[in-house]
Write a protein that binds this ligand. Structure first.
Ligand SMILES: [Zn+2]
Length: 313
């Protein structure tokens, strides 16, 4: 690719640039990504929330725009659980999307390899390859945002099953979960940004939010501190249980709320995790903050695109 103008008769398919699309509940962030994780041009648009048609139209338009930069594959991270045998997106908790064959649809439209992954899985892949879990063999990422997502790296590979870590029960018969989820006492119900907002509203009334809770707790407000301690405790309970199943080298905690509240959550989370984890993991387990921040979803989607490009999926 170096030194030549892109003026060939046949389309040059570069092996070192892909498109990543991070589909969130409120916005879609798309961009080109190089193999070393460098993000090129990006486009951000609101995620259409009125059905599959408008969603696909917007996705196609964003991808088409970026294809002009000469990408060789497309990777997409979506908040849906994916049937890993067929690659079909089954259903989204917080978007009106179901039974979507995004891989087939994008491949047919753009004629390049396509990979689609659950957004939590994509973020785990990004933090493992390029972020806080670099160099480990087994790692688990947990993101506390509007909902709670996660992903699992096992034996040096992304586990491509559901890994809906946010819908693990941490309070038996506890409060109802969010969105389309009819479960109770799930991690998401008690540790998400929305859960934190519900606590803030209980403390200070309508209009209070998670940001206010974090601020008040940081400044020593007792009720706020109790609330963030409780949230951290539940995160730790989940981490303790996950340790007993997978014993990963490291847990990466991220997400908008998870990072904003990191200093408040780390100690109660570690204490609870150590109480629940079997020895010697009770002493050795590690929880670290995510490194890639708001870019993790886009980078992860792009890495999924590279896996598709390299024939790894
Ligand atoms: Zn749930």
């Amino acid at each position: 690719m170096s030194g030549h103008e892109a003026g060939y008769g046949s389309r040059v398919v570069p092996l070192d640039l892909v498109i990543g699309v991070d589909v969130g509940g409120t916005k879609m962030l798309a961009g080109t990504l190089s193999r070393d994780g460098t993000i090129g041009r990006t486009i951000e648009v609101p995620t259409p929330t009125n059905g599959a048609e408008p969603f696909l139209t917007e996705l196609a338009s964003v991808v088409e725009d970026l294809m002009a930069d000469g990408a060789g594959a497309i990777g997409v991270g979506v908040p849906m659980n994916i049937d890993r045998k067929t690659g079909i997106g089954l259903r989204a908790v917080n978007l009106p999307l179901a039974s979507l064959d995004l891989v087939g649809w994008l491949r047919e439209r753009f004629g390049v390899p396509v990979g689609v992954e659950n957004d939590g899985n994509a973020i785990a892949l990004a933090e493992w390859r390029l972020g806080a879990a670099r160099g480990t063999t087994d790692a688990i990422a947990l993101g506390l945002g509007t909902g709670v997502g996660g992903g699992v790296i096992l034996d040096g590979r992304l586990y491509r099953g559901w890994a809906e870590l946010g819908h693990m029960v941490v309070v038996a018969d506890g409060p109802p979960c969010q969105g389309n989820c009819h479960g109770r006492g799930h991690l998401e119900a008690v540790t998400s940004g929305e859960a934190a907002e519900r606590v803030a509203v209980e403390l200070w009334g309508e209009g209070a939010d998670a940001r206010q809770l974090v601020k008040a707790a940081s400044e020593g407000d007792e009720a706020a501190r109790e609330a963030t301690d409780r949230i951290g405790h539940y995160v730790g309970v989940a981490i303790g249980s996950l340790t007993n199943i997978f014993a990963p080298d490291v847990f990466v905690l991220g997400g908008g709320f998870g990072l904003a509240a990191w200093e408040l959550l780390r100690e109660p989370a570690l204490a609870a995790a150590r109480r629940e984890a079997l020895p010697p993991a009770d002493e050795t387990l590690r929880i670290v903050p995510a490194e890639l921040g708001d870019d993790a979803g886009l980078v992860g989607a792009g890495l999924v695109g590279f896996e598709a490009l390299d024939g790894e999926r």
